[in-house]
Design a protein around this ligand. Structure first.
Ligand SMILES: [Zn+2]
Length: 440
C-alpha cells in the first residue's frame, strides 16, 4: 500500500511498532523514540526498539503527541443521521488525531434529558473506536422554551458542560438563570454568543462586498452577546466558556474579563483564524458558518489571542451537512463546515508555521486546556499507559478528499495548502492510518 492509498480505520494488530518518530513531551521538545504498542497499551518507549513479531509503521519525519481533545463537535445523532452519526463522527475524529470530544446538544430532539445523554454515551461505548465521547447537555428542553431543562439531572447523567449552541439564549433573564444553574451544578456553560436580531439584520455577507455598516452589525451581534454573558458570569460565579470567538472586539472583552478575574475561557475555530469573509466569493455556501467568517482585522485579533493565550482553546465546531443541503444557495444553505479531520493541520499551519507558536503551546490549546475545562485527562506517553496518541507528519500537504472519514465533505479547505497531515491515530485497540502498516 502506498502513501496515496485512502486512509483507513481498523483495529490495531496485536503488536504495533511506531518507529523512527519524534515524541513530543510536555515541554514541547521532540525526542526521537520508537513506541511499541501491545494490547492497547504502550509496552515500551525507547530510542530503538527491536520487535520482530510486530506490525510496524514508518514514523520518520513525524511528530508523536497525545491524542487531541476537541470540545466542540456536532455528531448529529439522534435525528440527523443523514448528516453524521456517532460512529461516522468518531471515524472523523480518528482521522484528525482526536481521541476525545464533546458533542453539542442541538440534535433532534435536543440532548436535554438524561435518556438522550445516555443514548449518545452508550452508542459511543458500543463502537469500540476508542474515541472518548462526552456530552454538553442542552440548557433548554426544546427550542424556544421559556424554562430551563433539569440541569441537575443532566449533570447526574454525566454531562461535562451545558450549552445553548445552535439555539442561542436571547432572553437576558433566562440566560442569567442558565448561568446560575450551571454554577449550582458545577458545570461550565458553553455559550453560543449571538444576538439574533442583529445577525438577521446583517444577513449573509462577505468582507469583500459587504458594506462596512452591515459588517459591523454582523460583528456586533457577537460582541453584545459576549459582553452580556461575561457580565452574567461575573454576577453568578458561573464558569463561562465562549464558543467559537471570532470578532476582534470580543477578544478585547475576553482579555479584560480575564484581567478582572472573571471565570471565563474561550475557544477559536481554525476557519476563524485562517479565512476572511472573502472566501464566500469563491466557495459560496461551503464558506457559510455561524459565526460567519469575518474581516481581516478579526482574523489577526483571533490569531493574536491564541498566540498570547487570551484564547485558551482550539476547537473544530465540526458541523456536517449533506452536499444537497449545501447546494441550496447562500441564503438557504445551513451554516457550518466539517472540521475534525482538518483542525490540527490548519492550526499548526496558521500558528506554528506562520507565527512560531511552540509545540508545547500548540498542545495546550488542542489538548491540555480543553481537557482541563471538561475534567478529562490528556493521555500520557509513557510505558504502561493506554496507547492514545496521534502521529502527525509535517511537510507540504494539500487537503484533499482522502482526508475525510466522516459523512460530510462540506468544507472550503479542499485544495488548501497546509504544513501538517494527520498520519496515524492509535486509540488503544483502534487504529487509523493514512500510511501503510507493514505486517510482520
Ligand atoms: Zn455555535
Amino acid at each position: 500500500m502506498s502513501d496515496a492509498t485512502p486512509p483507513r480505520s481498523t483495529g490495531t494488530p496485536g503488536r504495533l511498532l511506531l518507529w523512527g518518530g519524534r515524541v513530543v513531551g510536555a515541554d514541547g521538545e521532540p525526542e526521537p523514540a520508537d513506541i511499541l504498542i501491545e494490547d492497547g497499551h504502550i509496552a515500551a518507549m525507547d530510542e530503538e526498539i527491536e520487535a520482530l513479531e510486530s506490525a510496524s509503521v514508518d514514523c520518520r519525519r513525524c511528530l508523536i503527541v497525545p491524542a487531541l481533545v476537541d470540545i466542540h463537535v456536532h455528531l448529529r445523532e439522534p435525528g440527523q443521521t443523514h448528516k453524521e452519526t456517532v460512529e461516522t463522527g468518531c471515524r472523523a475524529a480518528q482521522a484528525g488525531g482526536v481521541g476525545a470530544l464533546v458533542c453539542m446538544p442541538n440534535t433532534d430532539p435536543l440532548l436535554a434529558r438524561p435518556d438522550d445523554v445516555e443514548f449518545v454515551l452508550e452508542r459511543a461505548a458500543q463502537l469500540g473506536r476508542g474515541v472518548h465521547v462526552m456530552v454538553a447537555g442542552s440548557v433548554l428542553p426544546c427550542r424556544g422554551a421559556a424554562e430551563l431543562s433539569d440541569l441537575a439531572a443532566l449533570a447526574r447523567a454525566g454531562c461535562v458542560a451545558l450549552s445553548d449552541d445552535g439555539f442561542s439564549l436571547q432572553d437576558r433573564e433566562l440566560a442569567r438563570e442558565a448561568l446560575a444553574g450551571c454554577a449550582e451544578v458545577g458545570l461550565p456553560f458553553f455559550a453560543h454568543c449571538e444576538d439574533e436580531a442583529l445577525s438577521a439584520s446583517a444577513g449573509v455577507l462577505d468582507t469583500a462586498t459587504g458594506t462596512e455598516e452591515r459588517l459591523t452589525t454582523s460583528c456586533r451581534a457577537e460582541v453584545v452577546a459576549v459582553e452580556r454573558n461575561i457580565e452574567l458570569a461575573d454576577d453568578t460565579g458561573a464558569r463561562l466558556h465562549i464558543l467559537h470567538i471570532s470578532v476582534a472586539e470580543s477578544v478585547d472583552l475576553l482579555r479584560q474579563a480575564k484581567a478582572d478575574g472573571i471565570r471565563v475561557t474561550a475557544e477559536a475555530c481554525p476557519h476563524h483564524f485562517t479565512l476572511t469573509g472573502e472566501a464566500l466569493l469563491e466557495q459560496g455556501s461551503l464558506a457559510k458558518m455561524s459565526p460567519p467568517l469575518r474581516r481581516p482585522r478579526d482574523v489577526r485579533a483571533v490569531t493574536q489571542g491564541l498566540l498570547d493565550g487570551t484564547i485558551d482553546i482550539i476547537a473544530s465546531d465540526h458541523a456536517p451537512h449533506t452536499a444537497d443541503e449545501k447546494a441550496r444557495g447562500l441564503e438557504a444553505a445551513p451554516a457550518g463546515i466539517v472540521g475534525l479531520e482538518t483542525m490540527a493541520a490548519l492550526a499548526y499551519t496558521a500558528l506554528c508555521e506562520r507565527h512560531d507558536l511552540g509545540l508545547d503551546e500548540f498542545l495546550r490549546r488542542l489538548a491540555g486546556a480543553p481537557a482541563a475545562l471538561v475534567g478529562a485527562t490528556v493521555p500520557s506517553l509513557e510505558a504502561g499507559a493506554p496507547a492514545r496518541l496521534a502521529v502527525f507528519r509535517p511537510g507540504e500537504w494539500t487537503i484533499d478528499e482522502d482526508w475525510f472519514l466522516g459523512k460530510g465533505r462540506n468544507t472550503p479547505f479542499i485544495g488548501y495548502p497546509v504544513t501538517l497531515r494527520p498520519w496515524v491515530t492509535v486509540l488503544e485497540h483502534a487504529l487509523f492510518s493514512a500510511t501503510s502498516v507493514s505486517p510482520h
